[in-house]
Design a protein around this ligand. Structure first.
Ligand SMILES: [Fe+2]
Ligand SMILES: [Fe+2]
Length: 314
């Protein structure tokens, strides 16, 4: 079913969080692991405007339906960050604009180059780039939806659940837009399918992994996607991506989280690595034998005048 952009823009509101009973967190605080994860999530939500900056230099800005969506998407994601920060502050975690600024400054040169690289690549590709953007958005929104579901499940805190259910409801609308746009665009262009498959396989990583230190991403993925329940979400998102024209069988989430030591892909990754190392060892063996042979070959010692044959070993 086509996404109703008119309904989305008319119903876009800031997530309600002024009625949350914050005293409930004082009586029963969230676990340290949940707070560390919430900090990561809030950083990602607050970074949305920077992602938007990089997207507006691409052909996506030419489509008014896409920009109508992005306008409200950025607004809603902004308020997700504000709402999560409120929960962090009740727990004594510093969550203010100085922190958000720190996160942005920590991006360094990569952040300055991002809009330039993106503009160059995307504008050379043209209209088909929008399919990459939409597919990327779909998998990220599915990931966000799953992340909030897992946090509610793990913490089982009534006030947190009340807030996160509202956030999650908005993520559902976001993923519906991205998924419907991606499907349409992939369906009608073979070039878009090839390009998107290549880009997702080569460049996609877990949400937030490009702006957070690797250890934080690993911690958060382990908290949210570790264990049998996490595996179900990994599997579910990958099956959703399989339904996208031209993107079947990529197992993007499974492979991406395995790089951080999480999920069922870790064992496969380890086997593949052992296989590769064994192959390298086999390939290197003849060369090693040649080198060993050269090092241990008897060295010709010049014969002193009038003596018999003589050799030494290197
Ligand atoms: Fe969000
Ligand atoms: Fe979202």
């Amino acid at each position: 079913m086509a996404f109703d952009i008119s309904s989305f823009k008319n119903n876009s509101v800031r997530v309600k969080f002024d009625d949350v009973d914050y005293d409930a967190f004082r009586e029963r605080p969230l676990t340290p692991a949940a707070l560390r994860t919430l900090r990561y999530m809030s950083d990602v939500e607050s970074h949305t405007i920077c992602y938007l900056r990089d997207l507006l230099v691409t052909p996506s800005h030419k489509d008014p339906e896409v920009t109508a969506f992005l306008t409200h998407w950025a607004y809603e994601e902004f308020w997700h960050g504000e709402a999560l920060d409120e929960v962090l502050r009740v727990h004594g975690v510093l969550a203010d604009y100085a922190h958000i600024r720190e996160v942005r400054l920590a991006q360094g040169v990569a952040d300055r180059l991002a809009p330039i690289n993106q503009a160059l690549a995307a504008n050379i590709i043209g209209e088909d780039f929008v399919a990459v953007h939409m597919s990327w958005g779909a998998i990220n929104e599915w990931s966000a939806h799953a992340a909030y579901a897992r946090m509610m499940q793990r913490e089982d805190h009534p006030e947190l659940t009340k807030l996160l259910k509202r956030v999650q409801k908005q993520e559902t609308r976001h993923l519906a837009f991205y998924a419907s746009q991606a499907k349409d665009r992939l369906e009608r262009s073979a070039k878009a399918r090839g390009l998107t498959r290549f880009a997702m396989k080569a460049f996609w990583g877990p949400v937030g992994s490009t702006i957070q230190p690797k250890r934080e991403t690993a911690f958060v993925l382990n908290y949210l996607m570790g264990g049998p329940e996490g595996n179900k979400h990994i599997e579910r998102i990958d099956r959703k991506m399989d339904e996208m024209p031209g993107l079947a069988g990529l197992n993007l989430v499974r492979k991406a989280v395995a790089k951080y030591g999480v999920g069922p892909g870790v064992a496969e990754r380890r086997r593949a690595l052992v296989h590769r190392l064994t192959g390298l060892r086999a390939a290197a063996a003849p060369r090693a034998r040649t080198v060993a042979g050269a090092l241990t070959r008897p060295v010709e010692v010049p014969k002193p005048a009038g003596s018999g044959e003589s050799t030494a070993t290197a």
